[in-house]
Write a protein that binds this ligand. Structure first.
Ligand code: ZN
Ligand code: ZN
Length: 317
């Protein structure tokens, strides 16, 4: 399923399977998670240097020797810049990203640099593992930026929120979920997963938050989240794109509140999170779409028509 021009839709085309270069794996795709970043790419809010492009960066596939591997958003880094050499390859200015700079997983086959592929933990079927690869591990990076916060607000309770809620519970922390006002299904889903409270983002939290993570791509949530956190608290913006942040009084940031973003992932993030997930254990709630229905999956994500994560699955028969 190929993006040929900004605005889409994706189009089904027949291509020969990609040829792996030395150091690359040819992976038979079993499942690929759908991420909000795919919508930003489709809409042109995040630039794609070259079209056409196969989107999809939460790939689980069969490696040549058998066994499941995961291919995440980070596809390649230079290894020599000031960021790469100081444990911050997520900020490498020459980084390439799966489904943006190289073809991704909305396909039957994918190739990837083997140094950026990860074994899927035992016991996870491909379908359930796919959302771990971006929602899970970039969500976890955002969660780690909250430090030792005990009471964490999550604005936008989708794929990432439903994973980190389980990790937070496992660690004895409270999650307070904020959804689109009136999204009863998402609020019920958050409570089912153990969130301490769930309400619309137009409601005040039941208690002050130690930290907040914003996954919804809505800049108006930033001052709302800042006002909801205690002095010294942190607000983490977890998405790759957000609408503009409205101006807000300095008093909302005063008293050592921190506002920061989280960008991409490092390979050690992936190793850390994929080791943690089976210990929780994280169980993902997945909506399966056939690969050829990838446009429906994206439209349903945009409209908030499902809870949890969407995954596309190619038919190899
Ligand atoms: Zn993603
Ligand atoms: Zn670099």
């Amino acid at each position: 399923m190929v993006l040929e021009r900004v605005g889409g839709p994706l189009r089904m085309v027949q291509r020969a399977a990609p040829e792996p270069e030395p150091g690359q794996l040819l992976v038979r795709v079993l499942a690929c998670g759908v991420c909000r970043t795919d919508l930003h790419l489709l809409d042109g809010e995040v630039d794609i240097p070259h079209l056409p492009r196969v989107l999809g960066h939460q790939i689980v596939g069969e490696a040549p020797g058998g066994g499941l591997v995961g291919i995440p958003w980070l596809a390649w880094t230079c290894g020599e810049c000031g960021y790469c050499t100081t444990g911050r390859e997520n900020l490498c200015p020459r980084a390439r990203f799966t489904g943006r700079d190289v073809d991704g997983g909305y396909a039957e086959w994918a190739v990837a640099d083997e140094r950026f592929c990860f074994p899927i933990p035992d016991g996870y079927p491909a379908l359930q593992a796919a959302p771990l690869l971006c929602a899970g591990l970039i969500g976890h990076r955002a969660y780690r930026m909250c430090g030792d916060a005990r009471r964490i607000g999550v604005f936008g309770f989708g794929s990432a929120g439903h994973v980190l809620c389980q990790v937070a519970q496992h660690e004895g922390r409270e999650i307070h979920a904020f959804t689109r006002p009136g999204d009863d299904a998402a609020q019920a889903f958050a409570l089912e997963l153990g969130a301490t409270s769930a309400s619309g983002s137009d409601q005040a939290p039941p208690a002050s938050l130690d930290a907040a993570i914003i996954f919804a791509p809505d800049g108006t949530l930033v001052p709302i989240a800042l006002r909801a956190v205690v002095p010294g608290g942190t607000v983490v913006c977890g998405g790759i794109h957000m609408s503009d942040i409205p101006s807000f009084p300095y008093a909302d940031l005063w008293q050592e509140r921190t506002l920061r973003s989280v960008a991409n992932l490092t390979r050690s993030d992936a190793e850390e999170f994929l080791a943690l997930a089976p210990r929780v254990p994280v169980e993902t709630s997945v909506h399966r779409y056939p690969l050829e229905a990838a446009n429906d999956a994206l439209a349903d994500l945009r409209a908030g028509r499902f809870t949890g994560a969407a995954v596309v699955v190619p038919d190899h028969s």
